[in-house]
Design a protein around this ligand. Sequence first.
Ligand code: 13P
Length: 251
Amino acid sequence: MRKPLVAGNWKMHGSRQQLDSLLGGLIDGLSDNATAEVLVCPAFVYLHEASARLGDSAIELGAQNVCAQAGEGAFTGEISAAMLADIKCRYVIVGHSERRAIYAESDEQVAKKFVAAQAAGLIPVLCVGETLDERESGATEAVVARQLDAVLDEAGVAAFSQSVLAYEPVWAIGTGKTASPDQAQQVHGFIRSKIAEKDVKIAGLLRILYGGSVKPGNAAEIFAMADVDGGLIGGASLKVDDFLAIVRAAG
Ligand code: 13P
């Protein structure tokens, strides 16, 4: 069985004070017998403090981005995967659509980040998804396949056993427009079948999260779909009660 994962991507939000109250609220609000795994991804500068605040709680810590270069070196402004592992991050988001669109990250760079993350023992959360134009021109599967193939070519299918995927249709991110449960299932099923072409077992165990305007009111129906294994939550993860409700909706 695939254990559901609910991840909060806090993006460029918050302050030390907000971080403290958000994490405190989540630690207090999560029951010990929650069936979903919970992950929070604050901005880089807060990761170390978050790591200490989480202590031995079951909440996992992740970063929102990582340098594609392995090791260390003259890469001003970058943060290596080894540094993230050093402060007890377990996950890192790679290929978020905001990185692809605003910072022009190519499929190849995303694939290198995926590999660099794994080389340091981190679990990459690989985001894929189409824009509205791509969906309307019928290119959704071709876009998602291209994004996946770049990583499959660089890392090989075996690497997917130590990763999480997230389908985030760009048109649904921060817009209040959610993919319908059927639309989500269709692409999640496509992603799983694409991995299954290379390795059925890995495909069966792979967790595929949905992201894009997930809220307490729509989480349960999306998470109920066969190939949806949790969510990658933006805006709603900044409100303790909403995020906790979404975690509960995942099981
Ligand atoms: P929203 O939940 O705010 O739409 O953001 C989704 C997202 O981009 C998570 O990575």
